[in-house]
Write a protein that binds this ligand. Sequence first.
Ligand code: OGA
Ligand code: NI
Length: 359
Amino acid sequence: MAIIEKVLVADISSMVDHVPSNYVRPISDRPNLHVVQPAEGSIPVIDLQGLDDDNNRCDIVKEIGKACEHAGFFQIKNHGIPQNVIDNMLRVSREFFRLPESERLKSYSNDPSKSVRLSTSFNISSEKVSNWRDFLRLHCYPLEDYLEQWPSNPPCFREEVANYSTKVRGLALRLLEAISESLGLERESIEKALGKQGQHMAINYYPTCPEPELTYGLPVHSDPNVITILLQDDVPGLQLLNNGRWVAVNPIPNTFIINIGDQIQVLSNGRYKSVLHRAVVNCDKERISVPTFYCPSPEAVIEPIGGLIDDNHPAIYKSFTYTEYYEKFWKRGLAIENCLDLFRTTQPLQVGNGEGVGN
Ligand code: OGA
Ligand code: NI
């Protein structure tokens, strides 16, 4: 069968020695993998052991606050999610992407309003160049509203993914409480600002790629949601912008990567940073990553939290509903200019977060 008839990059990758032309980035927009340094100490690893006891909480909350303010990213260990729940999540993800093409395609859709869908790249109806990624996106909360729509193959998919997503929700709430406190707010302040809240998950599958210098798994973007909890297998691929340079976050077993999304940048009135990041691919090993996107409910009105605004710190963002924000984000595609700039009360002196990306 001709490559052109394949929709999923997993099925294309097994047929080609070169990246097909619709995946090739212009020279000015390639990953320049040789100049990317390991993140090493610039992304802190925070131990959550003791977060729930009064003696240690204050120190851990401070560490989290510092990471949100500077790197926008941190890693967590002793997060309380059992290893077997994580292993099972990664196992069913792998099994899903190993199903025959015809079975995987049963979940395929390009309609972003669907609560369950398999797709490829990012938004194939708007983008000029495709990305070397397939993904299954699931709405996860409230679970009972969505579970029946999830894939029923592999047979234990629903059970394992439900178990994992429930545990991750608990972790997200603990982190949001800590982040609220780190801003000097009540524990529940951020949670209250989010309305009923939503939780989405992507299972990203990045097949091996014959020419990883020419394309992206996911091009540069910031996450439009509140906070992202990323589980990944042992294959590197995530890179983020740190002090104007791209750094690679190498997987550490039993940790999650946490990043601040655009909505916390707004709620914190710009104090905490939603940082640009991207996923690159490689020629040796397929990679799976499972981000959980914790979101406001669609109708929640997002604006800088009152307690963080005074005469010296006027609100730098307008009020908007999450639906308004998400629609803008989705329609624009993964553009390098920050979607957040469209919602500022005044335009920034510098040109968005994209300045200094330099590739
Ligand atoms: C994302 C994302 C990074 C990765 O899905 O938003 O940034 O490593 N993923 O897959
Ligand atoms: Ni992301």
